[in-house]
Design a protein around this ligand. Structure first.
Ligand SMILES: [Zn+2]
Length: 126
């Protein structure tokens, strides 16, 4: 018997992870945007508690930012699937995504087989 979706417990656990990760990425992008805006100007108006952390995060390059934006989009889509009750089902074939795969990649929209189809080596992602 194949489950059509992960258990509600696992779904909410992974959804919590996704929200946490989303927040992380958002603050990373925010910090990067602030750094870009600030340019060479002295950052004496910053009154965050964790200036040091934000400073190091601000050093992400544009490639990392692009990846962060892409990941944010995947996370947003995954959270929409959580809300829609379709989380854990492959967006392509509708099969249940393997639980171990979901744990490793909570934002993935595809099962292993469909992911292989989507990951074209020609795109140069890897
Ligand atoms: Zn699939």
């Amino acid at each position: 018997m194949k489950p059509i979706a992960p258990s509600p417990d696992l779904t909410s656990q992974l959804a919590a992870q996704l929200r946490e990760r989303r927040q992380e990425l958002q603050s990373l992008l925010h910090a990067a945007a602030e750094a870009a805006k600030a340019g060479d100007a002295p950052a004496d108006v910053v009154d965050f508690k964790d200036v040091a952390a934000i400073d190091s995060r601000a050093q992400v390059d544009e490639v990392a930012q692009t990846h962060a934006i892409e990941e944010l989009e995947r996370i947003a889509a995954a959270l929409r699937r959580v809300d829609a009750g379709t989380y854990g089902q492959c967006a392509d074939c509708g099969e249940a995504i393997d639980e171990r795969r979901l744990r490793a990649l909570p934002a993935t929209p595809f099962c292993t087989a469909c992911q292989a189809i989507h990951e074209r080596p020609a795109l140069g992602r890897r």
